[in-house]
Design a protein around this ligand. Structure first.
Ligand code: BYC
Length: 338
């Protein structure tokens, strides 16, 4: 009465509904926790708790989706880049983002979820991708500002992920961060050229782009720590090493100095150095806007998702041809072996 009845009544997902773990599983979990506590890494073949695996699939796949959706706002400017040099740089950067998506999908696949499942979740709107890519790129200066602020925020967030406890993700991040740093510098360089050698209209265009991208860039780090549903567990598991708010603060502190060199101002009257905190204070972020964009109601959500679904549909013949080729090769190998 006191024991079995309670087990039977438990609802799916409730803690008491979880199957009882065997002694062997408990030992595996203890060993997993000890390795995490020692700062060790987990490989794909190692035992891991289900929730750890699910958290990683969620985060890594969202990250992969962000990379490939992130190709779209900049892709909008490839045919209108002002010089051959800028066009070549932009093409290389966008290709890098596609490559980052591939490393990350491959890292997520090591956790036992197929690429088709991951992309299916993106295309159906079930999976998230970074809020930042739901804003439009209205002028050429937006491309520079994405490099400076968006890639700058990405580096701040992603360098600690090079020490993520899941080794395939950490390894992918090392390469990604190296490339992101080129992305940030090319953006900053293009803005510097416009600010230092450009016309008054070009300087105004840069300032306008900064005004539009500043707040969305701060939102990239996710909700405030107090409202971050996953942070506590992800920090415990060594997936996240630095909290959303701490990373946001580091980004603000670093970027304010770069803005001075560039000669632009951030659209925040409350932004000022706080001697006591040894950090920059900054104004209130519009979290309603963040959740609206994350919930699918940003200025470009429908357009971005529509483009990804179209790219997937248009590429069906390539996947079919590759599968047919692989099947033909396998058949030949079987015939040769017979
Ligand atoms: N946008 O508990 P929290 C790039 C969601 S790629 C949308 O704090 P977590 C680049 C979050 O998913 C940039 N959703 O979550 C590419 C969760 O919802 P679910 C992408 C967001 O995971 C091309 C809920 O809010 N970078 O830079 O502990 C060109 C509660 O949040 C956002 C990465 O993906 C957001 N901004 O922390 C240029 C890095 N923030 O899943 C540049 C890896 C939060 O429960 N990811 N949410 O439905 C991370 O580091 C972490 O996942 C985050 C969020 C810090 C983003």
């Amino acid at each position: 009465m006191y024991t079995q009845a309670m087990d039977l009544m438990a609802k799916e997902g409730a803690p008491s509904a979880r199957p009882l773990r065997s002694a062997e599983e408990l030992k595996l979990e203890e060993r997993f926790d000890a390795r995490i506590d020692d700062g060790g890494f987990i490989e794909a073949k190692d035992w891991m708790p289900d929730h750890y695996r699910k958290t990683l699939v969620r985060q890594i796949s969202q990250h992969a989706h962000s990379e490939i959706v992130g190709m779209l706002p900049e892709g909008n400017w490839v045919t209108r880049a002002p010089t051959l040099k800028r066009k070549a740089i932009l093409l290389a950067k966008i290709q890098d983002e596609g490559g980052h998506g591939l490393y990350l999908y491959a890292a997520a696949e090591t956790l036992g979820t197929s690429r088709d499942e991951l992309l299916g979740a993106l295309h159906s709107g079930k999976a998230k991708y970074s809020s930042i890519f739901n804003y439009p790129t209205l002028t050429w200066a937006d491309v520079g500002v994405i490099g400076w602020l968006v890639d700058g925020a990405a580096i701040m967030n992603q360098v600690p992920l090079c020490r993520c406890s899941y080794a395939p993700y950490a390894r992918a991040m090392i390469r990604i961060c190296r490339e992101e740093s080129f992305h940030q510098r090319q953006g900053y360089d293009s803005l510097l050229v416009m600010m230092q050698n450009g016309t008054e209209a070009q300087r105004a265009m840069v300032q306008d782009a900064v005004n539009r991208w500043w707040w969305p860039s701060l939102m990239m780090f996710g909700p405030p720590d107090g409202e971050s549903t996953h942070s506590a567990q992800s920090m415990r598991w060594g997936i996240k090493r630095i909290s959303n708010d701490d990373l946001r603060q580091k980004f603000v502190d670093a970027t304010v100095e770069q803005a001075k060199v560039l000669g632009v101002t951030m659209p925040d009257p409350d932004l000022k150095w706080n001697e006591e905190r040894q950090h920059c204070d900054f104004g209130a972020i519009d979290w309603d806007e963040f959740w609206r964009v994350v919930g699918g109601e940003g200025p470009c959500n429908r357009e971005r998702l529509g483009m990804r679904v179209k790219a997937w549909d248009d590429g069906a013949w390539v996947r079919e041809a590759a599968l047919a080729h692989a099947e033909k090769q396998a058949q030949r190998a079987r015939q040769a072996a017979a």
